[in-house]
Design a protein around this ligand. Structure first.
Ligand code: B3K
Ligand code: ZN
Length: 898
């Protein structure tokens, strides 16, 4: 079960190439749930580039060793231990056959080979392959794999593995077999097998060079009607990678398999992607617009890994962002292109805004706490703890900065060179940076700091206009936001920050840009300044009037910008900035500033009030028909409570909640007629369409409903929500109506209607686990009230027959939703949330350490909270630290308490 080894720190500086290489692997599986026999035959040779080792040390965990043969002869010098197999005195080059047994039925960690819903699945990244067979389970050992699967034909009619199907047929005793071969060398973390009762949606497409490809989406038979969108997303991904990066699918067949027990979103195993059902299954009745968009993004992400991750992989796990940051960047660009093509900047911006919101709320918080680490970490205890927001999302921003510096064409040249140099290799983040630098004739030595320095950079801006000289100077100064000591130690010097800027005139139009020393103004009204020193000034000349600066357009670098805008200036930018991202940003700054002031008042018990000018600024956005509905929805959504709490000197979730609710109520009451009008105008009658436009209308309409539910008298909102709930032909509208009813009920309106809808929802979707997850999540994230605290509801739901701690989606839907997405209720002053959290982390630790460790992270920022909460959090952390066994959870809680 849990790994109880004493925590061992693995360091990047200690990397050494493997003493042996494995060129080919032939695996034979006799699949039986409690006792699967694995026979593994490898061609092994000494690595000419490594120092000579006396022994061959293979990794292995939770395996029963049966025997070893070398070149067909029994080999007695093989010693199995808790972490692997030691083979003494092996030849320089030999064939090694190992036989071992594992127990997939008992594997609740969902790492290695396991059983879910009666079918077999694998998950090997990062270190799950060693739970299947003994191996050099590290990404710089790449081999070609042949896999033979044998199992009962009645129980496991479908047998899948990576690559191409070579052969299949019957065996005695009702068994059958299939043999697969993957022609590409790969590290063990990309191995996969699936066996069970599954059916596939199939499609044949021609790739760019005219080759026919078989695409399959495998699911349980009752889910076949929910596979179309995933298939379409796959086809779009294949086309997009050909067009944007000239990268073609390299196999004859590409498979996606959905499984309901899965630790994360999905996995890019070569030719056999395994997905959480959440990122495959969708139809209008069961999936929201957000689900549809997420499926497209995750299908794209895993498909894009085929080149960025699989064809070129990581030398070691410290280089994880080499494949993850790059592939997140690619999936973000894919989604933006799908939403707005290459040129519709406003439509692209909605995707950009959503991505930046996640980065700020989650990654900036990570960088401010005990788990802060550089994009390329220096050390880890458990690598699974480093599949983080920093490696993925900040890593993606780092990749985006190359494109911002060199343009799309320059970035493409760099990618082409990267593949030309490194196809088939396991490489480093430095190799990627060098390819980008060389292809563009640039020295990017300073840029390495983005990979080695932790913490969120802070750029403060000063401006000065000289009317007589018509000069406008912009002085930038960079440093870091407050960071824990571990992050501060990594901060060695200034970064190369691509700082995109525009200047806006009195009429709201962009001014021409001419930097000092330039012959003429550029055609573009946005310039990317290369900001490389601690402090640096840039002077624009021929500036006819004092401009208003639009800073860090399109969020050109993952930094915090400080500039002393007045409220009027922010309202002006919100109304006029030509950069859609910065228009949104101005509204967020305005709202954040007000909300922070209000939270401060709420914390000290001072009555709250909101200036009419703020209401007016939001009213203008709400009624501005020139803006897309999707954009208006984003602009009118207030910053999240978690983000706001993080901005306070001492996080006070109750005060933040009071402030945010106050503003929502104020906006609801002041703009009641406008919300009602928007609600009516943006209905989407007729058949459901999953287009970005239709989704934008639904998003804005449902935001209006959520504001209306805040009215002092919510009767009309309850009526609208009930009617919407009953009439809905899609999950977006149905879930939004239910959520509005729950929140109105918390404010004392329509609790009967809320309960009726909740009961109806359960009955209607009882057989759809992903929808029942929503049913749990909606209740866990609801507003609650003093009379009806959400913790009571959550505790009761833990005993519901549909609750199951072993299923990660279900655990996340109830427990994580409450602990990580309902801050005001979770951080109750009586500490009840923390006690609940500790119990669940401890319970999960014994079942699934990876999932437990994710939950454990929800208290890591405890030191930043008000003293009243801090003690309860510390006590809960100490309780967990004293009881958990896995190195996954121990690393998290020990770092939090250190
Ligand atoms: N590469 C996998 C993540 C594996 C996580 C292991 N704990 C999915 C992805 O990023 O595409
Ligand atoms: Zn990935």
């Amino acid at each position: 079960m849990a790994d109880t080894a004493t925590p061992n720190v693995i360091r990047r500086a200690d990397y050494a190439p493997p003493a042996f290489l494995i060129d080919t692997v032939a695996l034979e599986f006799d699949l039986v749930p409690e006792r699967t026999i694995v026979r593994n035959t490898m061609r092994v040779r000494r690595n000419p580039d490594a120092s000579r080792a006396a022994h061959l040390e293979l990794m292995g965990e939770q395996l029963e060793f049966v025997g070893a043969e070398i070149d067909g002869q029994p080999f007695a010098n093989a010693h199995a231990h808790e972490h692997g197999l030691l083979l003494d005195n092996v030849p320089d080059s030999f064939e090694l056959t190992l036989t071992s047994i594992c127990n997939p039925a008992a594997n609740t960690t969902l790492s290695g080979l396991y059983v879910s819903g009666g079918n077999f699945f694998t998950q090997c990244e990062a270190e799950g392959f060693r739970r299947i067979t003994y191996f050099l389970d590290r990404p710089d050992v790449m081999a070609t794999f042949t896999v033979t699967l044998r199992a009962s034909r009645a129980d496991y009619p479908v047998l899948l593995s990576n690559g191409n199907l070579l052969e299949e047929g019957d065996l005695p005793d009702g068994r059958h077999f299939a043999r697969w071969e993957d022609p590409f060398r790969k590290p063990s973390y990309l191995f996969a097998l699936v066996a069970g009762k599954l059916v596939a949606l199939e499609e044949r497409v021609k790739s760019g060079s005219g080759k026919e490809k078989l695409l399959q989406v495998w699911v349980e038979p009752h889910d076949l009607d929910k596979t179309r969108h995933a298939m379409d997303s796959l086809i779009h991904s294949i086309r997009w990678d050909e067009e944007r990066f000239g990268l073609e699918l390299d196999l004859d067949r590409f498979m996606i398999v959905a499984v309901s027990d899965f630790n994360m979103g999905a996995m890019e195993n070569k030719g056999l992607n395994i997905f959480n059902t959440k990122y495959v299954l969708a139809n209008p009745e069961t999936a929201t617009d957000t689900d549809f968009a997420n499926i497209e993004a995750v299908v794209g992400h895993e498909y894009f890994h085929n080149w960025t991750g699989n064809r070129v992989t990581c030398r070691d796990w410290f280089q994880l962002s080499l494949k993850e940051g790059l592939t997140v960047f690619r999936d973000q660009e894919f989604s933006a292109d799908m939403a707005g093509g290459a040129t519709d900047e406003a439509a692209r911006a909605t995707k950009r805004i959503e991505d930046v919101r996640v980065l700020r709320q989650m990654q900036f918080a990570e960088d401010a706490g005990p788990m802060a680490h550089p994009v390329r970490p220096e050390s880890y205890v458990e690598i699974n703890n480093f599949y983080t927001m920093t490696v993925y999302e900040k890593g993606s921003e780092v990749v985006r900065m190359y494109q911002t510096l060199f343009g799309r064409d320059g970035f493409r040249k760099g990618m082409d060179l990267y593949f030309k140099r490194h196809d088939g290799q396991a490489v480093t983040c430095d190799d990627f940076r060098h390819a980008l630098a060389d292809a563009n004739g640039r020295d990017l030595a300073q840029f390495e700091r983005w990979y080695s320095q932790a913490g969120t950079p802070r750029v403060s801006v000063r401006t000065q206009y000289d009317a007589a000289q018509r000069r406008y100077s912009v002085t930038l100064r960079q440093g870091y936001a407050d960071a824990p000591p571990a992050a501060r130690e990594t901060q060695k010097g200034p970064l190369l920050i691509p700082f995109a800027i525009g200047l806006i005139g009195k009429d709201g139009a962009d001014l021409p840009l001419k930097l000092e020393g330039e012959a003429k103004a550029s055609a573009a009204t946005t310039r990317v300044l290369e900001f490389t020193q601690t402090e640096q000034s840039f002077t624009f000349v021929d500036v006819a009037q004092e401009p208003l600066p639009s800073l860090l357009r399109n969020f050109s670098a993952p930094v915090i910008v400080e500039y002393d805008y007045s409220a009027d200036q922010l309202a002006f930018l919100l109304a006029h900035d030509s950069d859609p991202f910065n228009r949104w940003e101005a509204g967020q700054r305005l709202a954040t500033r007000e909300l922070m002031a209000l939270a401060g008042r709420a914390a000290s018990g001072v009555p709250l009030q909101l200036d009419d000018s703020v209401v007016a600024a939001f009213a203008r956005v709400l009624t501005d028909e020139t803006l897309s509905p999707a954009f208006r929805e984003l602009a009118l959504m207030l910053p999240s409570e978690a983000y706001l709490a993080e901005q306070m000197a001492e996080s006070n979730p109750a005060a933040v909640h009071a402030a945010r609710q106050f503003v929502r109520k104020r906006l609801a009451n002041a703009l009641e007629n406008e919300w009602l009008k928007v609600y009516e105008q943006h209905r989407t009658p007729g058949a459901y369409e999953a287009t970005p436009e239709a989704a934008g209308h639904r998003a804005l309409k449902n935001l209006a409903l959520s504001y209306l539910a805040e009215l002092d008298d919510p009767a009309e909102a309850v009526r609208l929500a009930s009617a919407q709930y009953d009439a809905a032909n899609n999950m977006t509208d149905r879930a939004a109506a239910l959520s509005a009813l729950l929140n109105a009920a918390a404010a004392n309106g329509g609790s009967v209607q809320a309960q009726q809808a909740l009961d109806d929802f359960y009955r209607r979707f009882e057989k759809e686990p992903l929808v029942i997850d929503k049913w749990f999540a909606l209740q866990a994230t609801q507003r609650g009230s003093a009379q009806r605290p959400v913790i009571d509801i959550v505790r009761k739901l833990m005993t519901h027959p549909a609750f199951n701690l072993k299923n990660p989606n279900r655990a996340r839907s109830l427990i994580f939703s409450f602990c990580a997405a309902n801050p005001a209720q979770f951080h109750a002053e009586d500490g009840s949330g923390y006690a609940f959290w500790a119990d669940q982390v401890i319970a999960l630790d014994a079942i699934n350490p990876q999932v437990a460790a994710r939950l454990a992270r929800s208290l890591e920022l405890w030191r930043r909270f008000t003293p009243a909460l801090r003690e309860g959090m510390r006590a809960a952390l100490e309780k967990v630290a004293s009881q958990v066994k896995s190195r996954d959870v121990r690393e998290i809680v020990e770092k939090a308490l250190a």
